[in-house]
Ligand binder design. Structure first.
Ligand SMILES: *[C@@H]1O[C@H](CO)[C@@H](O)[C@H](O)[C@H]1NC(C)=O
Length: 325
């Protein structure tokens, strides 16, 4: 296993101290009274917390405002790194897609979350609070499709609802009993899961689970998952691939995460361009695929803008011809 936690501290308890003498009767009575009072206080607190949590979360069956999109596309922009032009291309791409299918967009800015990181921590981590933020701003939407700024929707006619989320289809896409981390991690995706169990839909490339394109369902589990992923322990651990290896790690070590995860074939939501490293066996982009992902295009010697340009042109022709129909 190549992403292990730092060794645990020994948690051995000190040996019990020998009892000195038998407690006096009076002391015992005092302890009993204190015990009863403590129990009563705990009980009252429990009742109160129940009561308040109900009133905070609003009346059951609260009305969902009309016009609420069921699906929100989330992209994080790091404007210190991306050119104005490039960011505009990506935004146009998301807006066009969302408008076609009645989805919403959420464009997060890395600068808003920078305060959560120290200087040593890679900024790629910021996609995690960005998704959390998108959920907080869209409390009535169900699905959040995070697509990083190096991925581009090439086939906008494919609606996420019918391309991935439809339960029978999702069921057929789910890769079960398969190593979570390629090529052969001991931990495998559960074979008994059905689409009803799933709150997180993700792909793997030839090396890792890929956080650059995933769908997550809003709810308490999603919040737990995102908070766990963004835990300071993982952020400061210096995983070689930052949030990517942290994800590989938590999915393998927490069955509660694996129990909600659907692994689907890479090309369904995450085809790699021919210049991308780490592609899986059938992960390379073909005409007609939903997404093209220019994985690692910000690496030295590459240019996201140059690589995207030809695809952007193809996409533009495609959408202008579909609009004139
Ligand atoms: C990010 O920045 C853009 C441009 O400055 C702005 O339009 C957008 O509302 C910002 N996003 C969020 C979530 O605040």
């Amino acid at each position: 296993m190549h992403h292990a936690l730092p060794p645990r501290k020994s948690s051995k308890a000190p040996p019990f101290a020998p009892r000195t003498s038998v407690l006096s009767l009076q002391r015992r009575r005092q302890l009993k009274t204190i015990g009863i009072i403590a129990l009563a206080v705990i009980f009252v607190l429990l009742v109160l917390s129940r009561f308040f949590s109900f009133s905070v979360s609003g009346p059951i069956g609260a009305v969902i405002p009309s016009g609420t999109a069921n699906i929100v596309l989330v992209t994080l922009f790091d404007r210190q790194v991306l050119s104005e032009q490039y960011a505009e291309w990506i935004q146009n791409n998301r807006e066009d897609y969302a408008a076609r299918h009645g989805y919403a967009t959420f464009f997060a800015n890395a600068s808003d979350y920078l305060y959560t990181l120290d200087e040593k921590t890679p900024r790629s981590w910021l996609q995690v609070p960005a998704v959390r933020h998108a959920m907080a701003e869209n409390p009535h939407s169900t699905y959040f499709f995070f697509l990083d700024a190096h991925a581009f929707i090439m086939n906008p006619s494919l609606a996420l609802a019918t391309h991935v989320l439809e339960p029978k289809l999702l069921e057929s896409l789910m890769i079960k009993d398969h190593s979570v981390v390629p090529p052969d991690s001991v931990i495998k995706t559960f074979s008994h899961l059905t689409s009803k169990d799933v709150d997180l839909i993700i792909t793997q490339d030839g090396e890792d689970l890929v956080p650059g394109s995933f769908i997550i369902k809003q709810g308490p589990w999603a919040k737990f998952f995102l908070d766990l992923w963004f835990d300071p322990l993982y952020r400061s651990y210096n995983f070689a691939r930052a949030e990517k290896h942290a994800l590989d790690h938590i999915v393998q070590w927490h069955a509660t995460i694996l129990a909600k995860l659907a692994l689907i074939p890479q090309r369904v939501i995450n085809s790699y361009s021919k210049d991308s490293p780490d592609v899986s066996a059938d992960g390379t982009y073909h005409d007609g695929d939903f997404i093209i992902h220019l994985n690692d295009c910000n690496a030295q010697g590459r240019s996201c803008e140059e690589e995207l340009h030809p695809y952007y042109s193809v996409w533009q022709r495609k959408i202008s011809s579909s609009k004139s129909l």
